[in-house]
Design a binder for this molecule. Structure first.
Ligand code: ZN
Length: 78
């Protein structure tokens, strides 16, 4: 989840994972994505890094294009 504060109306909103994926897809090759505020309909510039982080930790990831680091933590000792 990611909370975005609209720069125009100062209200907060949280785009869904699907929406974020769409924003990422629509802004490839750029540094910022244009995220529409549901309150006032204006677009906000949001760093793609933030969006990527948001979908990265999303519970359901249908596409596994990102090479995730090894999941097993072997550093734990009893
Ligand atoms: Zn707004």
């Amino acid at each position: 989840m990611i909370a975005i504060t609209c720069a125009k109306c100062s209200r907060r909103f949280t785009p869904t994972t699907e929406e974020i994926r769409a924003f990422l897809a629509a802004s490839q090759g750029q540094k910022h994505a244009r995220v529409l505020c549901p309150h006032c309909g204006r677009d906000n510039k949001v760093a793609l890094e933030r969006l990527r982080e948001a979908v990265r930790f999303a519970p359901s990831a249908p596409e596994a294009t990102v090479a995730a680091p090894a999941k097993d933590a072997t550093s734990e000792s009893a």
